[in-house]
Design a protein around this ligand. Structure first.
Ligand SMILES: C[S@@+](CC[C@H](N)C(=O)[O-])C[C@H]1O[C@@H](n2cnc3c(N)ncnc32)[C@H](O)[C@@H]1O
Length: 334
């Protein structure tokens, strides 16, 4: 049986494992093993690293079930495929984001958030997250790619599980680099799409979105979702935006979208629902609190936000990886 000391020490040393995984990712261990089993010597040669030290790193990756022993050396365990570049639902971009000094330093200042109720990110980095990204293009590129990776699985499920047949036009609000919208449009060739976000984000489009723009199926519109009207559409999507903001700002964003929604339109809000059964959702809630000052919410909390914006939460569609699509329609009385 696990002792109390084991439980506490496992928590205290968890960041060491995280650093080890980031290091393996950075030097290319997962991509090399994705080609097939390799000896430590092979990997050390390819990655130009110190073989005895690499062997000890591989031992931790084996203990954490990312690598398995193999007669030819080491093999990639199934979960670690998500840390390779080639996997269609790769989480490697997210690993790069979480390892950025700007993010780790915010977590180091979590006490500031707990004491003051204000996000730690500005305290640690001198500016709120979006102005910081605007001024730091290298980090912004990592951020955009990571956001797209984080929501790609949800986009794929939404594309197959939600009925888009009656829609012709789609507006993705705060859509980042457009990978989310491009995924929906790839599954539904009859749709034309509008991607809105901050101008500097739209300058770094995902290649799939770039192609849709070149084909004339999609267009981009720089817009501030607090002040600019969202281009009217049959379906609006708002993926992982509301959790960045407190209730007052989230209600403002919804109200802006509602103001241009035709009566027949619907809004698909993609978020991870806060649940006592999901440690991941609770950890993400803390992450949002520290980084943006936002929060994860329960279904009822999203329903209340919708009501403030004269929207009705019609139903909730469960997607992969703990994500949901909350389907909101204009409230009957409006
Ligand atoms: C967490 S990311 C989600 C991106 C994308 N929807 C997805 O699911 O991958 C939040 C997005 O909101 C955008 N954003 C932040 N403030 C904004 C504003 N005032 N107006 C428009 N977009 C904004 C960011 O640039 C970013 O792309």
């Amino acid at each position: 049986m696990r002792s109390d000391a084991d439980t506490v020490l496992a928590l205290l040393t968890a960041p060491w494992t995280t650093h080890a995984v980031h290091t393996a990712l950075r030097i290319g261990v997962f991509d090399i093993l994705d080609e097939g089993p390799r000896t430590t010597g092979d990997i050390a040669h390819r990655t130009r690293t110190h073989a005895p030290s690499l062997e000890r790193l591989l031992r931790l990756l084996t203990a954490t079930h990312l690598v398995t022993p193999h007669p030819d050396g080491h093999a990639l365990a199934p979960a670690a495929r998500l840390l390779t570049r080639a996997h269609p639902h790769s989480l490697a971009p997210l690993a790069r984001l979480y390892a950025l000094p700007a993010i780790t330093s915010a977590w180091q200042h979590l006490e500031h958030t707990i004491r003051t109720g204000h996000a730690a990110f500005p305290h640690a980095n001198g500016a709120p997250v979006y102005p910081y990204l605007h001024a730091t293009p290298d980090d912004a590129a990592v951020f955009d790619t990571a956001m797209a990776a984080a929501s790609h699985t949800a986009a794929t499920r939404l594309a197959t599980d939600h009925d888009f047949t009656t829609a012709r036009t789609l507006t993705d609000v705060g859509g980042g680099n457009g990978r989310f919208l491009a995924t929906l449009m790839a599954h539904h060739p009859h749709l034309s799409g509008t991607l809105t976000d901050r101008a500097d984000v739209l300058a770094r489009l995902d290649p799939a979105m770039d192609r849709l723009v070149a084909q004339g199926r999609a267009r981009t519109r720089p817009a501030d979702f607090f002040t600019d009207a969202a281009p009217p559409a049959d379906v609006y999507t708002l993926s992982r935006v509301l959790h960045n903001w407190d209730d007052a700002d989230a209600a403002r964003i919804l109200t802006r979208i509602r103001s241009t929604m035709p009566a027949h339109a619907r809004l698909l809000v993609v978020e991870r629902l806060l649940s006592p059964d999901s440690t991941l959702s609770i950890a993400h809630d803390l992450h949002m609190m520290a980084i943006t000052g936002g929060r994860e919410r329960t279904r009822d909390q999203y329903a209340a936000l919708c009501t403030r914006a004269h929207l009705d939460l019609a139903h909730v569609l469960h997607l992969d990886a703990g994500f949901c699509a909350l389907v909101a329609v204009p409230a009957q009385a409006h």
